[in-house]
Each structure stands twice: as structure tokens, then as C-alpha cells.
Write a protein that binds this ligand. Structure first.
Ligand code: SAM
Length: 344
């Protein structure tokens, strides 16, 4: 691990650096494996086996583990995800605890990825509790298709949730749209226009082999070049300079209509710049979305291991972080968990 000294406090801080020199700066925490939607590209319609409550990290356990990442390793960003994070009871209490964490470079930047369906009732409370940013998933603007894709008739609530997030002062609000060929790829332009009209940055996500039903095939992926070409033909785009460690390539509308992004995990992997690690709802530490190996930090915590001992586990796991995923390569092995079980 690299060591340096924070100028303000004089406290020695080390960064988590993997064997390829990538600095870990972003921790994704799944707060629940449960979800109120059943998106076809993520979960099965029925038969999902939920974690027993006793195996899910408590708020105190999440805070203790997050504290190690933020205070000891200077991790600056935490994103809450799931499952659907808003179905976890008393979520604002957790937000308050995490938002108060402070590393060598200041308060943690706390974000959440949500399907947005209940934000009308919770956006203001979450914002007041210290949540900085929200990404809301929306793959279609067509009610019937929405019901087919999510297996829930909730489009109106999600649209209302997006408005509620903006009214609560979240800025920017980003929209995540997974594009699947033959499912919603005819809506790329409509979704882009939706973002332009409402000052939302839409980020199109390439479909990844993390669906519980296992129906992903390469041909269903609509790649970044194709997505950009569809939009650019009507609203000319210019790519913004290097994205750093962020997952989205970003583009600016030349007419001043804002920005749009694409997360090109499959066709233009960005693993070389990856700064992310993940904690699943049951406290398993993963150093890659597609990792086939996990490290049980919750069990270590519950056994009474000290922060130093847990930190040593984190460091050795990070040291073994893969160079990159192997999607579309012959030796690709699908993780045993779906996106909702990992925490996207
Ligand atoms: N329930 C929340 C939501 O809907 O955003 C958070 C969890 S969800 C697993 C996080 C993100 O993963 C969502 O934007 C979702 O669209 C995306 N996702 C799920 N399965 C995916 C897949 N197979 N390929 C690409 N993105 C996927």
C-alpha cells in the first residue's frame, strides 16, 4: 500500500493500490439483495432466494466496514445499491451514518443507484440525511414495455420519482438505461430526448452477462458506437475528454442540450482505469463486478477481528484484483451471482 500524509490533519493515510497501480477510490455497498422490481436482465420472475435477515449486514456493520475504507484508505466515494436500496427499512439512518464519515480529503461523497419508484416519498429525507447524488434506472418510456422489462406496472411512479429527486435538489440526477437488442434499442433516441428535455444525463449501459436467467448473448449487446451513432445522427455529439476512473464515456450535445453517457463495459472495457470495489449485502468483498471469488468481511467482523486484521484482508484481496474482465473471451466464466445479488 502507498503511504502519504494528509496535509490538514497530519494523520498518516494509505491508499488501496492494486498490483497494476490502480487506486481504489469508490466503494459500492449493496444494502439489500431484495428488490421491488424483477427486471428481466437482472432477476428471475420468481424463485429468487433471499438472504435470511441475520446474514445481511446491519447498519452498524456497514458503518464499521465503510469506516475502514474511508478513514484508513481515503476512499472518497460510496454508492449505495442493491437489490433496491430503498426497500431497506430506515435507509436514511444509514445514509446519516455514512455521510458523516470523513477521510483525509474530507467528507465522503455518498451516492445511490435506485429504480426511483418510491423517491416521491423519500427523496427529501434522503437528501437531508446527507445523500449527495442519485442515479435512477429507466430503460423505456413505454408503459407496456416497462411492465414487460421490470415485470411491474410502475412507470408513472418512476417518472414521478425522477421529478421528486430533482425537486429535492439532487443535481445532477443521472438516468441509467440498459439497452438490449430487440427489446428497447428502438428507444435510444427517445430516452436521449427525455434527458435533454429534463436536464438529466442519460447513461446508456451495455447489457452485461449478469442476468439471473442467463439469457445474455453477445448479439443482444448494443455497443457504444451504435448508441452514439443513433443519437449523433439527430443531435450531433462531441466526446468529452478522458473520463478518468468513471465508468461512463461522456458526450456533449453541440447545440447545448447537455450531456449523455455510455457505459461500454462489453465493447470498450475500461478495467484499466477501474477504481471500484464492492461489498455485497451479506458482507462479501468483491474486487470486480465479474469476480468469481469473494472475501467474507462480515464473518471476520462478527468473529471479532480487529480493524487491522480486516484491513489486512482487504489489502490482500485488492492486491489480487484482476487486470480486467473476460467478457466475450473464450475463457469468460460467469459469476455465480446476478447483478442484484452483487450490487450493480
Ligand atoms: N435497484 C437499483 C436500480 O434499479 O438501479 C439498484 C440495483 S441495480 C442491480 C443497479 C444497476 O444495474 C441498474 O442501473 C440496472 O439497470 C443495472 N443492471 C442490472 N442488470 C444488468 C445487466 N445484466 N447488464 C447491465 N446492467 C444491469
Amino acid at each position: 500500500m502507498d503511504h502519504d500524509v494528509d496535509g490538514g490533519t497530519g494523520v498518516a493515510a494509505s491508499r488501496l493500490v492494486d498490483s497494476f497501480g490502480r487506486i481504489i477510490d469508490d466503494l459500492r455497498i449493496s444494502v439489500t439483495d431484495r428488490c421491488n422490481f424483477r427486471c428481466t436482465y437482472c432477476m428471475p420472475e420468481e424463485g429468487m432466494k433471499w438472504l435470511p435477515r441475520s446474514q445481511v449486514m446491519s447498519f452498524e456493520e456497514i458503518e464499521q466496514l465503510a469506516r475502514i475504507f474511508v478513514e484508513r484508505y481515503g476512499v472518497r466515494g460510496i454508492r449505495l445499491t442493491g437489490g433496491e436500496p430503498t426497500v431497506r427499512a430506515h435507509l436514511p439512518t444509514l445514509v446519516e451514518k455514512l455521510a458523516a464519515l470523513e477521510g483525509p480529503s474530507g467528507r465522503v461523497d455518498l451516492a445511490m443507484t435506485t429504480n426511483g419508484a418510491t423517491l416521491r416519498s423519500s427523496a427529501r429525507t434522503l437528501r437531508r440525511a446527507g445523500l449527495n447524488r442519485v442515479n435512477i434506472s429507466l430503460d423505456t418510456l413505454d408503459r407496456r414495455r416497462f411492465e414487460e422489462m421490470t415485470r411491474r406496472d410502475e412507470l408513472d411512479n418512476v417518472l414521478d420519482g425522477i421529478e421528486a429527486a430533482q425537486e429535492a435538489g439532487f443535481d445532477p440526477v443521472k438516468i441509467n438505461a440498459v439497452v438490449e437488442r430487440g427489446v428497447n434499442d428502438d428507444e435510444i433516441l427517445a430516452l436521449a430526448e427525455f434527458g435533454r428535455a429534463r436536464r438529466l444525463e442519460v447513461r446508456f449501459i451495455e447489457f452485461m452477462p449478469l442476468d439471473a436467467d442467463g439469457h445474455w448473448v453477445d448479439d443482444m449487446v448494443v455497443g457504444q458506437d451504435e448508441i452514439v451513432a443513433v443519437i449523433d445522427a439527430v443531435y450531433p455529439l462531441e466526446q468529452l475528454p478522458a473520463r478518468g476512473a468513471a465508468p461512463a464515456d461522456r458526450f456533449r450535445y453541440l447545440d447545448g442540450g447537455g450531456t449523455v453517457g455510455v457505459i461500454p463495459t462489453v465493447t470498450k472495457p475500461f478495467c484499466g482505469d477501474c477504481d471500484r470495489v464492492r461489498l455485497t449485502a451479506e458482507g462479501q468483498f468483491r474486487t470486480c463486478l465479474f469476480a468469481t471469488e469473494e472475501h467474507d468481511l462480515l464473518a471476520a467482523l462478527r468473529r471479532g477481528e480487529t480493524a487491522d486484521e480486516i484491513a489486512a484482508r482487504i489489502e490482500s484481496a485488492v492486491a489480487a484484483k484482476w487486470a480486467g474482465h473476460r467478457i466475450s473471451k473464450v475463457d469468460f466464466v460467469r459469476p455465480g451471482k446476478s447483478m442484484s445479488q452483487i450490487g450493480g
